[in-house]
Design a protein around this ligand. Structure first.
Ligand code: 5GP
Length: 188
């Protein structure tokens, strides 16, 4: 998959095959845990869309899907933990077993706020599945992530849905960019 044109790649952190294997395992686990339940899988746009598409095809249950788009207030690099809902869920989650699908949990502030917002709507249950977990960066100590794909070190990663300045989402593996590609002239 890597070619000479992919000169912006510093290092592949998680190859595609490892992601696919993990997604299969997560799907099997979720399938077991939600037997007989009314499962609604909620993807957080845009970072989770590739992961979610693969994950739900490995969940052998009659589930439904919905999406939410959120952004941190202020637009700073560091998360403030106060999320603005850019696109809310289309359907009510009252009495529904909700599984939130996230790309990555970093400080945990975004997820904490999202869980607070959604729990006021009285779902039957509310759990979280995150592909990546930067545990050492956590500022919310008691945050429970029910299903985690990979724990990763404190690196900024892209690929498999994750972006830098809206690019690199289409690469099927998780990787670290070369430092020069974080410069503003490469964000266009
Ligand atoms: P938190 O509120 O947990 O600090 O931030 C979570 C959000 O920050 C993620 O949903 C994602 O949008 C963004 N984020 C955190 N770490 C990374 C990273 O390494 N790469 C990318 N592309 N986004 C990240």
């Amino acid at each position: 998959m890597m070619s000479d044109q992919d000169s912006f790649i510093e290092r592949v952190l998680i190859p595609h095959e490892d992601i696919q294997q993990k997604v299969r395992e997560l799907g099997e686990q979720i399938t077991r845990d939600y037997q007989g339940k009314d499962l609604r899988v909620v993807g957080i746009l845009r970072g989770a869309f590739i992961f979610m598409a693969d994950l739900i095809r490995n969940i052998k249950l009659p589930l439904s899907v919905d999406f939410m788009s959120i952004s941190s207030y202020g637009g700073s690099v560091e998360s403030s933990g106060v999320v603005r809902i850019l696109k809310d869920l289309d359907k009510s989650i009252t009495g529904v077993d909700v599984l939130i699908v996230e790309d990555i949990v970093d400080t945990g502030l975004t997820l904490k706020h999202l869980l607070e917002v959604l729990s006021t709507r009285n779902p039957a249950s509310l759990r979280v599945c995150a592909l990546l977990d930067k545990k050492e960066r956590r500022l919310v100590p008691d945050l429970k992530i029910d299903y985690v794909g990979f724990e990763i070190p404190n690196l900024f990663v892209v690929g498999y849905g994750l972006d830098f300045a809206e690019k690199y989402r289409n690469y099927p593996f998780i990787f670290v960019l070369k430092p020069e590609y974080y410069q503003p002239e490469f964000t266009r």
